[in-house]
Design a protein around this ligand. Structure first.
Ligand SMILES: [Zn+2]
Length: 320
């Protein structure tokens, strides 16, 4: 039997599971809605079902796979495999996800937060192949991140390293979901950009999105607006990317990455010139040698990043 792993990407709205081979190829994918309103037991049950179904879809059974990797919203304890709590999983309180899935499947289970596994995926199989030191920044409803140092995901003393969305870039800035002010998440997430566009539209600013319900602005619409030369969208996204660059400069002084991978829901609207805004903003604020030769790139794996990263995590942990 090939060396197969089941990767599971648990999201607040959907669960994706996939059978991943040793080369990082996906043999089969399964999608399910996350029954989040039915509580942790129902969600764990759906994850196990998704794992079984995707194994069957790949023509094997769970007994044939080496392990199960999971990327989950956090905060979580990756060693104990416990979800501590999560804004995306209301009512969850210290749920022992690893133990429960191991009990139900008989397979070893490895767990980490969604942005850490997405960073692992980009490092092993995506934009960061062959790069020993990189950071991942994922812009969606919030901003998450991950840090790879010397080819290893960095978890740190608290096991919570890589929470890059809460790097403060403006101590007098807007309030963040975490309670602090001026975190990069409160200034550059997709949600914040869409809100700023909606506010400007309400104030009568002209835009190609004028006819759009401001609550329903999607990334594809942002990309299209940019392509059509929309000044408002360009202005809002440029400001956000400039803030992101400030965060990158701070992070770079600690980590010294060779590459900055930017992904998440926003990636399809991230034009080359917006990537340049991040680079320029970071370069202006960092010691010159720190930013010399650093590459700024888009994440490549899109919706597969979660399952692939979960599989990479499991494979690395099995190998010790
Ligand atoms: Zn914060």
């Amino acid at each position: 039997m090939d060396d197969l792993i089941v990767g599971i990407d648990l999201g607040g709205t959907k669960i994706m599971a996939a059978v991943v081979d040793a080369a990082g190829g996906i043999r089969h994918r399964t999608f399910k809605l996350t029954p989040v309103q039915d509580g942790p037991e129902a969600v764990l049950g759906a994850m196990v079902e998704a794992a079984r179904e995707t194994a069957a879809g790949a023509g094997v059974s769970l007994d044939d796979v080496s392990a199960i990797g999971v990327g989950s919203p956090g905060p979580l304890d990756p060693d104990a495999g416990v979800i501590i709590c999560s804004p995306n999983l209301p009512g969850w309180d210290h749920v022992p996800m690893k133990d429960r899935i191991e009990g139900a499947t008989g397979r070893r289970v490895f767990l980490d937060n969604d942005c850490n596994v997405a960073t692992l995926a980009e490092h092993a199989l995506g934009a960061g192949r062959g790069v020993g030191n990189l950071i991942g920044l994922f812009l969606g409803t919030g901003i998450g991140g991950g840090v790879v140092i010397n080819n290893r995901l960095h978890r740190g003393f608290s096991r919570q390293a890589g929470e890059l969305g809460h790097v403060v870039v403006d101590v007098n800035g807007p309030k963040c979901g975490c309670g602090q002010k001026g975190c990069i998440e409160a200034l550059a997430s997709r949600r914040v950009m869409c809100r700023k566009i909606a506010e400007a539209l309400e104030q009568g600013r002209k835009s190609t999105l004028t006819e759009t319900d401001p609550n329903k602005i999607r990334t594809s619409m942002l990309a299209e607006a940019l392509a059509r030369g929309d000044e408002l969208v360009r202005e809002v996204m440029t400001e956000a990317m400039s803030y992101l660059g400030i965060a990158v400069a701070s992070i770079a002084h600690v980590v010294s990455p060779e590459m900055v991978v930017i992904g998440g829901g926003i990636v399809d609207a991230l034009t080359d010139d917006l990537l340049d805004v991040v680079r320029t903003s970071a370069t202006e604020r960092a010691l010159p040698l720190v930013m010399d030769g650093v590459k700024f790139v888009r994440a490549q794996l899109k919706e597969d990043a979660g399952v692939l990263g979960a599989a990479v995590l499991a494979r690395q942990q099995l190998a010790g």
